[in-house]
Ligand binder design. Structure first.
Ligand SMILES: [Ca+2]
Ligand SMILES: [Ca+2]
Length: 542
């Protein structure tokens, strides 16, 4: 990821706005997020863009990422299980789609199908291939200008990890303190942070595992464990990986519900990720770190302070989906302006958003939108015209469906309507039996969802304002139209989506935007200040 920024906060106005508008953001949070940048002078008025509030531009040079569950993606050796060589085989597909980065879900050895319980942090799951296959994938991806980030699971190991096995078998094991054990006679707190019972019996003792018994939490109060985790991160960077998706990033120290509001816990999480960042920087200061912090804006801010580059924006995904479902414009841009103002302050201008529609832990977008193709296309159009690194979950671009349990939202990628040797078969299709949605079919159909994704990513990759720009709100007097500006120091464009099934006409408030630069429906028109949009269409005005 590019980490350069053309401008940094003046931000005092923004900062105050952020504080007053963000629920749960107390003055204490403000103190911890370093307001020193607020002393910088504002730029001269002539250089200010259209925005009236938070007048600094905070560009977010972005990359379109693609999340891959390796097991389900593409099989290179005929055993029905997706593998690393399979991902390499499909790099040209991803390149053609316009993807600039991939996130590989866990590829370390693990007893589970999903891999979030690791038994060897330095190894490759033999079902997925070898270290050589991996370094080959990294080289081939880099040749095509595609970055690779991998899941790194630090909160817990597998209960089959040799560390845990040794710790459980022997109270004097050097690894005993790498995990958390109940003390004799102790009353065990039952308010596990994830809602399930956090304690699990082992012999006469209990160990902490906030997700399930197969995933004992590592004791990150132990400096040896912290050192080991940094060493693991450095190891993978030396193999050539470009960064990490950090699983359960807030649960490193947030083990119990009572920790959620505990400032000490928040500080420890922040200090840990800052130390991790420093360790990462020793090998690659440009490594991209994106965290899973499923929480409020105020809670996310501290993770961005000299620690993570991004946290996934769960709130935004919810808003995008409810907007397309209701076909009524919401104040997405207004909210993002304020949230980004706060995050830019927390991160001293280095933050980049990580947006998405759904991921491997949620029902698939197409199912969430009740198989409504118009809504699925609109969700993509909004996602791909907003700031930040958008993450596309594999299969989303062909409208794969799936509802929980988890296996059914992680079904094999559907490549072809014919028998394809690389089709993975580790799990029979429950949802995606209709081969009409296969990649091979959709590549032939100019109106397919896949072509729609491709077109929007092309827009984004070609137009710097869409690719790198900040966001600024824009008022239109029509509740079926969602509009926002994307702004760089060089240009600004106006994005307008017609969310509805009807033609919409609106008069723009002024003549700032005079040219219909891009549209995905040829019937769209701009005559003077009169903009007419066909149903479910998106346009970019300059
Ligand atoms: Ca295979
Ligand atoms: Ca933990």
């Amino acid at each position: 990821m590019m980490r350069r920024r053309r401008s940094f906060r003046s931000g005092i106005l923004c900062f105050i706005l952020a504080l007053t508008l963000l629920s749960g953001c107390s003055p204490q949070d403000a103190e911890s997020s370093s307001p020193s940048e607020s002393a910088k002078p504002a730029p001269p008025a002539a250089t200010m863009p259209v925005k009236t509030v938070a007048a600094e531009i905070h560009e977010q040079p972005s990359t379109v990422y693609y999340e891959i569950f390796v097991r389900s993606f593409y099989d290179s050796n005929g055993d029905g299980i997706g593998d690393l060589n399979g991902v390499t085989a499909k790099l040209d597909y991803l390149k053609d789609l316009g993807i600039g980065g991939i996130w590989l879900m866990p590829i370390n050895p693990s007893p589970s199908y999903h891999g979030y319980d690791v038994t060897d942090y330095y190894g490759i799951n033999p079902q997925y291939g070898t270290m050589q296959d991996y370094t080959n994938l990294l080289q081939e991806a880099h040749k095509r200008g595609i970055k690779v980030i991998m899941d790194l699971v630090i909160n817990h190991s597998s209960n089959q990890h040799p560390w845990f096995k040794d710790a459980a078998a022997d109270k004097n094991s050097p690894y005993r303190d790498w995990y958390t054990w109940s003390k004799p006679g102790e009353t065990l707190a039952s308010d596990g942070a994830t809602g399930s019972n956090p304690w699990h019996p082992s012999g006469s003792d209990n160990y902490l595992g906030i997700f399930w018994e197969g995933m004992p939490d590592l004791n990150m109060d132990n400096p040896e464990v912290r050192q080991e985790m940094i060493k693991i991160g450095q190891f993978w960077l030396k193999q050539g990986v470009d960064g990490f998706r950090l699983d359960a990033a807030k649960h490193i120290y947030e083990d119990f519900k009572s920790d959620a509001s505990n400032k000490e816990t928040m500080k420890k999480n922040q200090a840990w990720w800052q130390a991790f960042r420093q360790g990462i920087n020793e090998v690659n200061p440009n490594a991209y770190l994106v965290g899973e912090v499923w929480d409020s804006t105020a809670k996310i801010g501290p993770f961005l302070d000299q620690a993570l580059d991004s946290c996934f924006n769960f709130d935004l995904s919810k808003t995008i989906l409810s907007t397309v479902r209701s076909e009524q414009a919401t104040d997405i841009a207004f909210n993002l302006e304020r949230i980004y103002g706060f995050y830019n302050t927390s991160s001293k201008g280095k933050f980049i958003d990580a947006s998405f529609l759904t991921n491997h832990d949620q029902n698939r977008v197409m199912s969430d939108l009740a198989d409504n193709m118009y809504h699925a296309k609109m969700a993509a159009a909004i996602l791909l015209t907003l700031p930040g690194n958008p993450f596309i979950y594999y299969g989303e671009e062909i409208g794969m469906t799936g509802m929980k349990p988890d296996e059914r939202i992680r079904e094999p990628m559907l490549w072809s309507d014919e028998k394809d040797a690389g089709q993975t078969t580790w799990e029979p299709f429950f949802y995606n039996k209709d081969t009409n949605i296969a990649v091979s079919k959709q590549l032939q159909d100019p109106n397919s969802l896949l072509q729609h994704y491709k077109q929007l990513i092309t827009w984004r990759n070609d137009l710097p304002a869409l690719h790198n720009g900040d966001i600024a709100s824009y008022k239109l007097d029509n509740s079926s139209l969602l509009a926002y500006q994307r702004v760089t120091s060089q240009e600004k464009v106006l994005v307008v989506h017609n969310l509805s099934k009807d033609v919409q006409t609106v008069t723009l408030p002024d003549a700032t935007f005079t040219k219909l630069a891009l549209t995905n429906k040829y019937e769209a028109s701009l005559r003077g200040t009169t903009l007419e949009l066909p149903p479910y269409s998106s346009v970019i005005l300059k």
